[in-house]
Write a protein that binds this ligand. Structure first.
Ligand code: AMP
Ligand code: MG
Length: 471
């Protein structure tokens, strides 16, 4: 056993503390099934980089569902458990580094308030798995409010069996939007479902943008109906701010770049809407018209959520017409100055940040990264504008700082730190740095951070960061 997420276990009403390690290892490795579990691999389809493919869980198994004490129903899902009916040429296996990466990123996202699938446990399998080299085999147990994806709808729609589609959509509505079941008209219910999924995705992607998260592989099979982040393959948090940021080694066209994410979400939602057309209206052009009308509200919904999030990051609660311009000017400066995304906002959230550039050194700032970000920080002209905007808000400086420090993290899973802890595990079996990082990520807003080094951007000699799908 490499990691057991006791925090998540207790939220789910599971208590593993009394169990013997060998029992837990057997449970998390799928060798001992919980009573009543009937594991299945799930079929789905997906648009991968724009191209439609029939897929399925090639290396994952749904162990079963669990009902938490608060009534929430979740899927428990193995990843890396071996070949399934959908493995195609793959071995169905996973290796340790990427499984731990999924654990780290999921916990970080959860603590940042971003809806996400999470890892309950990671175990090694004792097998060596062939990748670029022989790597230690591992698997994880993932918790999700369901594994229904846009790609699951595409799979069912591609079968062209109206009754099955109807059953499947009812199931999904019952699972994720049960209040819509009271709606007697199928057309109205289906459109409301589309709208609900669209709003969840708009909110999710707005949250990604606000913390600088780049998913990296927003294929339709990696987009959930629940609005939870899924598939932590090639994802990464941005250090230096730029809209074109891409980490994934296979995304050479930048289709899934940071700045493209809202647009791609809408593209994926359009694929989702297409699967629902026959339930919206038997007259296809009419159905398209109604679905399009619904999707047209994605852009304004997203923009509003994002702008409100940006306002909060800058300490603003009320809305003023010029706020978008204030935010744009800051982002434009950040891009041209190659400013670190997280440190810039974190520095602006410090007491004293409203003073002149350079004033921060004496302000008792805890992190040298923050000082560096601000003393080189946004230009004086922008700061004066921000200051007068805050004056109109009428908050005390202490209240502004408290507000801003509750939404601007100081600690995110920095790529160089994640790589460091993963190498420590793989090269020397040392789990201590991994657990210390996850602990720090659980309180991302803490000031000063438990380990101030974790708040620092990568050293300049780190070079560009590349991620891989982990397959
Ligand atoms: P992903 O890039 O993780 O979204 O995976 C795309 C598809 O490839 C999914 O259907 C996966 O289940 C499948 N897949 C990924 N890795 C493996 C593997 N090692 N063996 C079998 N199937 C895999
Ligand atoms: Mg995937």
């Amino acid at each position: 056993m490499v990691a057991v997420n006791h925090a998540l276990a207790s939220e789910l009403g599971l208590d593993f503390r009394g169990a013997r390690e060998s029992e837990l290892a057997a449970l998390f490795a799928g060798q001992a099934l919980p009573p009543g579990a009937e594991p299945i691999a799930q079929a789905y389809a997906g648009h991968q980089f724009g191209h439609f493919t029939m897929l399925g869980d090639g290396r994952a198994i749904l162990l079963g569902e669990h009902i938490a004490p608060d009534g929430r129903r979740v899927d428990l899902h193995f990843k890396g458990s071996g070949r399934t009916a959908f493995s195609r040429a793959g071995d169905g296996r996973a290796v340790l580094g990427p499984m731990l990466r999924e654990y780290i990123m999921g916990e970080a996202m959860h603590a940042l308030g971003v809806p996400t699938t999470r890892v309950l446990a990671v175990v090694t399998t004792g097998e060596a798995v062939q990748r670029e080299s022989l790597r230690p085999g591992a698997m994880l147990l993932r918790v999700a409010s369901s594994h229904l994806r846009v790609g699951t709808f595409e799979f069912v729609a591609a079968l062209r069996q109206e009754e099955m589609l109807r059953q499947f959509v009812s199931y999904a509505i019952e699972r994720h939007e049960p209040e819509l079941l009271a709606e007697p008209s199928e057309a109205v219910r289906t459109l409301a479902f589309l709208r609900a999924v669209m709003l969840r995705q708009a909110s999710l992607v707005a949250k990604w943008q606000l913390v600088g998260f780049v998913h990296g592989v927003m294929n339709t099979d990696n987009m959930t109906i629940s609005g939870e982040t899924i598939d932590y393959g090639p994802c990464a948090f941005m250090d230096t701010y730029h809209r074109d940021t891409v980490f994934s080694s296979i995304d050479s066209g930048g289709r899934y770049a940071y700045g493209q994410q809202p647009r791609v979400a809408l593209w994926n939602l359009t694929r989702f809407a297409e699967t629902l057309l026959s339930l919206i209206d038997t007259d296809r052009p009419k159905a398209i018209e109604r679905a399009t009308e619904c999707l047209e509200s994605f852009a304004p919904s997203f923009s509003e959520l994002w702008l409100n999030g940006m306002r909060a990051k800058l300490g603003l609660e009320r809305a003023e017409a010029d706020d978008l311009e204030l935010v744009r000017e800051l982002l434009t400066w950040m891009e041209s100055a190659e400013a670190d995304f997280t440190s810039t906002f974190s520095a602006l959230a410090q007491p004293g940040a409203l003073g002149e550039p350079g004033a921060l050194e004496g302000a008792g700032s805890s992190s040298s990264a923050n000082v560096a970000a601000l003393s080189a920080g946004p230009p004086r002209e922008w700061r004066l504008k921000w200051r007068s905007r805050l004056e109109r808000e009428g908050v005390s400086d202490a209240a502004r700082v408290a507000r801003m420090q509750s939404v601007n993290p100081s600690v995110i899973p920095r790529n160089h730190r994640v790589e460091e802890v993963l190498s420590a595990v793989e090269l020397s079996g040392d789990l201590a740095p991994l657990h210390a990082l996850v602990d720090a990520l659980r309180t991302p807003m803490l000031r000063p951070p438990r380990d101030p080094r974790l708040a620092e951007p990568p050293p300049p000699d780190c070079g560009p960061y590349r991620t891989f799908c982990g397959t």
